[in-house]
Design a protein around this ligand. Sequence first.
Ligand code: FES
Ligand code: FES
Length: 184
Amino acid sequence: MSSESSTQSLDRPTEEITVSVNGEAVSTSVEPRLKLSDFLRQECGLRGVRVGCEHGVCGACTVLVDGKSTKSCLTYAVQVDGSEVTTVEGLSTDGDLHPIQEAFHQEHALQCGFCTSGFVMATKELLDRNPDPDEEAIEEGLADNICRCTGYQNIYSAVDRAAEELMDAPSDDLEDRTDSAGDA
Ligand code: FES
Ligand code: FES
């Protein structure tokens, strides 16, 4: 048996995609089966995208696609062709944490941190949609995300704090942050 044939790479079909990732255009060819989570982590080097269950259950892989929270483990990269994708790396501005990230830090809303970027991105979508959520709306908005190690009270407090800070922020500051996040 020839060992050469078993090590040859298969000639698999690819598709061209162009995606705005954190405000930067990325054009490349990908296999149709490549998951968005793997595309972001492996091809874009964005390790803030966490992969937990890979079954759409834990929410660790949550990113924004055109401003909508999306589980990147259940999405193929080819499905986001022409879209704007924002990961947790796209939220900070010139090294300054986004108010949501700052609120998670201030409220000690994490232990191991594996779930945190997913929670932060789900919070971003929630507060874009509903800037002043009550407790029920916060619980509902984060219902697709699981944390294995903190309990949820500090996370809910962080969302509350972020909502207050974003509402108090000068509007031009908010516009800058929205632009930098690339979530039209
Ligand atoms: S890794 Fe995507 S939902 Fe768990
Ligand atoms: S902080 Fe560890 S899983 Fe949430």
